[in-house]
Design a protein around this ligand. Structure first.
Ligand code: NAD
Length: 265
């Protein structure tokens, strides 16, 4: 029998069938583990989806998988920390799929390290992927949203911003910055019909996380949750699609913690 803490839920979307018909979404870090789950849910509701990743192969493979399931998805290579890269990818995606109406700032990078050992180059890599990327990809995509008078931006932060683990100071700093950016952009863009919200997952049992940490680390998180099981990418699909759905038209500047009730705001 499956251990209850290992039960994997089904992804449930908050979007109705056809709700995103005629819209285009861009998911950064779309070649990673969780990004494709967001892309699938958005595509299932009719959106064309651009997957952007620093790793061209990962973006292409993830896009191909979704295309084979009948969705309109294409992959692009871009480092979100380099504005010229983003501009080129977004322009190309716009020509192929249409202007970006929904932006999921999901690209992320982290390495656990002692504070004293983090070099300037490593700090910049984390900053670029997690915060500078969210800032400039938004800046590049917003003109089209303004023109349409409608847009959705969802930024991926993390519950590390509340827990503050000592072995990830650079990651914690950038993910906490994402919450501030979300609030500021919500105020700046609300009058244009654009909502900006953030999603804060807890420790998600993805393959890289399972490879990086002992199983006991995931079990410890499960034990500290109100809902005592591992967290999965599927748990994030409902909250992410909620922000993109008509149910959340009046919700902006918020950060939703999705960690089974481990932390409370
Ligand atoms: N996995 C977790 O436990 C967890 C918890 C909280 C928050 N998050 C956040 O969720 C998001 C997705 O996480 P994941 O588990 O799928 O991670 P992942 O590492 O599987 O995917 C992240 C993707 O971002 C890409 N990327 C990294 N730097 C980039 C850059 N500069 N430009 C473009 N792409 C870049 C990577 O190539 C990778 O494909 C990240 O922002 C992460 O910080 C994850």
């Amino acid at each position: 029998m499956t251990d209850p803490k290992h039960i994997k839920p089904k992804a449930v979307s908050a979007l109705s069938t056809g709700e995103l018909e005629g819209k285009t979404a861009l998911v950064t870090g779309g070649g990673g583990v969780i990004g494709p789950a967001y892309a699938r849910a958005l595509a299932e509701s009719g959106a064309a989806v651009a997957l952007v990743d620093i790793d061209a192969g990962k973006a292409q493979r993830a896009a191909k998988k979704l295309c084979l399931d009948g969705f309109k998805v294409q992959g692009w290579q871009a480092d979100v920390g380099v504005k010229a890269d983003i501009e080129a990818a977004v322009l190309d995606a716009q020509n192929v799929l249409g202007g970006i109406d929904i932006l999921i700032n999901n690209a992320g990078y982290a390495t656990t390290m002692d504070f004293e050992d983090i070099s300037e180059a490593e700090f910049d890599k984390v900053l670029n992927a997690n915060l500078k990327g969210a800032f400039f990809v938004s800046q590049v995509c917003v003109p089209h949203m303004k023109e349409k008078g409608w847009g959705r931006i969802v930024n991926l932060t993390s519950t590390v911003s509340k827990i503050g683990p000592g072995d990830l100071p650079h990651y914690v700093a950038t993910k906490t910055g994402v919450i501030g950016l979300t609030r500021s952009l919500a105020r700046a863009l609300g009058k244009h019909g654009i909502t900006v919200n953030a999603l804060a997952p807890g420790m998600v049992a993805t393959e890289p996380i399972i490879a990086l940490y002992p199983e006991s680390a995931l079990d410890n998180h499960a034990a500290r949750r109100s809902i005592k099981r591992w967290e999965h990418a599927e748990d994030l699909v409902g909250p992410l699609t909620y922000y993109c759905s008509k149910h959340a038209d009046f919700v902006t500047g918020q950060t939703m913690l999705v960690d089974g009730g481990q932390q409370f705001d």
